[in-house]
Design a protein around this ligand. Structure first.
Ligand SMILES: [Zn+2]
Length: 319
């Protein structure tokens, strides 16, 4: 039941498009190797029974690492895109509501968020500041292209290039991985719409920080790197769904009930409570966990001939 981005309609770049088609028909040595690797790593969104979840954390594993050949595929793909897809590509995708988004513009969203990450190791406070900037940039980018949107919805993410949203019966709320061709965000089908939306943004945050986790999440004596990554992903989702300015505006206008605010922003009451505390607007009682299980599972190194494996951490408080 996953939503795929609409297929881009060909337009002015017919020549470059046909060149790309010819290149695909007669692959170079490099693209031939790429194709071989892709065929070996194509893992579609996994049915729940195929998810090889690891019940406990294995020390020393990189929580967001993927197999070396997967990372290589990503690098090759990125290099190919930068050399073969000129910026003037104006393929248009019609979004819900009639707004249009160019593929070039969509591609720039993920890369522009990643460009905000400093090229050095960061303190956790710095990471939080960068994360809020990234979330604000994502909101602005989507709002510019879909002015009638009222908060980021899952379909906005599904319409991004190389991005697919799938729904499965999962032991966690969500997971995400690169399957060699696109990012797949898998969401627990039985969760409430509000939680699914928060989870989608949480997983998107993992995708944004992919490749930079070692300098972003260095861990401290009290907070290991993986916990930092999860908290930052939650923070990204909260900032994207409840922008500080919008929340203050709603509070000042008189929406000061947790229940009303949660309904207004389309999030859980636990999420709005935490966000009110984060922004300093109101100090509310620390909420009880809304769901008694982990927010997400992270992909781990998996032998090439097996379905992608994910790691499930022990439960922590989630909103
Ligand atoms: Zn997570």
């Amino acid at each position: 039941m996953g939503a795929r981005p609409s297929g881009p309609a060909r337009s002015k770049s017919t020549n470059s498009a046909s060149r790309r088609t010819r290149n695909r028909g007669q692959p170079t040595t490099e693209s031939s190797r790429l194709r071989t690797r892709r065929s070996a790593t194509d893992h579609e969104a996994l049915p729940a029974q195929q998810v090889q979840a690891l019940a406990t954390r294995s020390p020393g594993r990189d929580p967001v690492s993927v197999r070396p050949h997967q990372r290589q595929v990503w690098q090759l793909t990125r290099r190919q895109r930068s050399t073969r897809r000129p910026r003037r590509i104006v393929d248009q995708i019609v979004m819900k509501g009639g707004a249009t988004m160019t593929t070039a513009a969509q591609q720039s969203i993920l890369s522009s968020l990643r460009q905000l990450i400093p090229a050095r190791k960061c303190t956790f406070d710095e990471v939080l500041r960068v994360t809020e900037m990234q979330a604000g940039k994502l909101v602005t980018a989507i709002r510019e292209r879909d002015p009638r949107m009222e908060g980021i919805q899952i379909h906005h993410l599904a319409e991004l290039p190389r991005m697919r949203i799938a729904y499965e019966a999962l032991p966690v709320s969500g997971m995400s991985h690169w399957n060699g061709r696109e990012w797949v965000i898998t969401i627990c089908a039985s969760d409430s719409p509000a939680r699914q939306r928060f989870t989608a943004l949480h997983e998107y945050a993992h995708i944004v920080s992919h490749g930079a986790t070692e300098r972003l999440f260095t861990g401290t004596k009290h907070l290991d790197a993986q916990t930092q990554a999860e908290r930052v992903a939650d923070y990204f989702a909260a900032c994207a769904l409840m922008p500080r300015r919008d929340l203050k505006r709603a509070w000042v206008s008189g929406l000061q009930s947790i229940e009303v605010l949660a309904d207004h922003f389309g999030v859980s009451q636990a999420a709005i409570t935490v966000r009110l505390d984060q922004t300093g607007i109101a100090r509310e009682r620390d909420p009880e966990p809304a769901v008694n299980r982990s927010r997400c599972a992270r992909p781990v190194r998996t032998p090439r001939n097996r379905p992608q494996e994910f790691e499930i951490r022990t439960r922590r408080r989630c909103v």
